[in-house]
Ligand binder design. Sequence first.
Ligand code: ADP
Length: 667
Amino acid sequence: MSEHLSESVLRRVLFEQSLDAQLIFDESGILECNQALVDMLGVADKSLLIGRHPAEFSPEFQADGKRSSELQIEVDRRARERGFHRFDWIHQRVNGETFLCEVSLTVVQLNTGHAILAAWHDVSERKAAQEELERIRTRLELALSGGDVGLWDWDMDTDEVYYSDQFHRQIGEPPGTLSQYIDWQSRVHIDDLAAAEERLKVLFASNRNHYESTFRLRHSSGEYRWIFSRGQLFRDPEGRPKRLLGIHLNITVQKENEQRLNADLHRSEIMLQTLESTLRTTSLEDLCRIVCDQTRCMIGAHIAGVDLYRGHCTTVELHERSYSFKYQSFSANKDALDDVAACPFFNTLSRIGCVSQEEMQTNPDTWNFCTATPFRPSLRGLLACPLTDGDGKTLGAIWLSDKEIGDFNPSDQSVLRQLAYIVSILIVRLNAESQLRSKTELLDASNEELKQFAYAASHDLQQPLRAISNYAEFLHEDYAAILDEQGKRFLQLQIAAAKRMKKLIDDLLQYSRVSRDETDRSEVDFQNVVHEAMRMLDVDIEESGAEVRFEHLPVVRGIESRLAQLMQNLISNAIKYRSDAAPIITIRVIENSTHWEFEVSDNGIGIDPKFHAEIFQVFRRLHDGNKIEGTGIGLALCKRIVQRHGGEIWVESGPGSGSSFYFQISK
Ligand code: ADP
């Protein structure tokens, strides 16, 4: 716009009215300017600007990278064209500081000719604010889309809702297609809708303004996404809801993780219950039944089964609806069943090509599988896992079925594998226990038979022996006079032999009675026990000049008569196997947490260490019967008595250095 204005009017406009920097310039430089320009450029006085070209107050380069001088030529050219021009220009104050100006130019006709009238408006601050706003907006957008946060803003008066682009993306809709409340409502999962709308109703009716809700929204693919929504309600002065604004967070992954965690927890609990209840079971059938039941619960299949072979073939199946289980034992030919081929389940697996017989037999780790091939026409997906003993041999399999193949996921497989591991251990344990039980039963039976025999034999032998002994005595009393010397000697030998035999039978009887003795243990003063033993041996003690030393013997729990017998045998041996010196027998005791430990030591002939174990066997003697009397049962009896009292007996001794017998009585 060019005008004919008088210079004086221009000056008035420039100097008095404008807050922007105003200047008139032509090729010769600035002709006139106002104080605002002086201030803007930071010069001391207007006279310093007159005659200078505005381009001198620019940095070398503009924002777009072009040289200011080149641009200036372009601007001058365009300014001379008629019209009004507005553009951004970076200027520089005399102190070097740059600032952005919005420059407006127009050509004016002065008395002196054409000139350009320019107005500079400093827009640095506005530009900086705009840039900052843009930065914030970009950052917010990036954060919202990165964090998968959708924005919504519901105007309740118009019922219009602003849904952000990210909101649209969250549910797979093209941005800008959703605009109303119903767009949200129609996508909420049917199971969550009532609760979600109730939340809104409660919020509107309350005096709170904070909104929070969790629900599923339908994605355009038809799948649902878990959404956590949070917002703020704004009300009009009367408190009526006007606007609800908030965010949508896609929490599908967290929700799924949470659900998986809950499922894992549930499974762990069932696994523990399974362990707990199976640990107590003593029968294989019970074990299989519990395992099938729990596995079905854990993984959710309709049918669970355990098939075992080796020694006996078992099939347990648990059906959901009938809730019955089959147990078949094909134990007719155990040897044949030790072959995996004899088990119908494995046969089927091999037939349908899931796993080869060799793999089943020797390499169970390789055939953990999930297959769509029905192992029976009525069954759909089959998930199976081998059961193995500690040596990597197959014991059987645990399996689940009647569920679609796709329904078995990798976690089902790993759960079944863990379970199979536990079940395998339990089966091996049960098998070992049952073997042990049958061996113990056999051992008990043969022990009992032996005891019966020893008791009956020694008991029945007494009668004829007594007759032999009595008749020999009668012969001696009534017919000794008519016998010659050799006859008398034979008779005496017979009487002595009969006596020894009687002693032997008595000792044997004693021995067999110890284990038959069912008397309960009671409190026994060991001091009395020793006194009783010494009383029985008073003749031997006196004749040998033996001294028995002891003090402070405890009260123990035991069978008094047996303990007296024990001490009698040990003291009697100490006297019998004495050296040339008079026997000195010392009895000591020490107490530990579980036992009393007694020591009976003597200064006798001692025992070679190579015989230390043997002397506790029945009939084991180290001495000839003619020299020192004995039956070889004494220490065997001691051992039995001590074992009946929950302890052990042993000896420490060497030839010529006395013997120390140790035994324990449990507390
Ligand atoms: P017995 O005394 O009837 O021979 P025991 O069973 O009491 O039978 O003892 C077995 C053997 O142990 C004895 O024959 C004897 O050789 C040896 N023996 C037992 N006690 C002592 C002891 N205190 N000192 C040395 N030897 C002993």
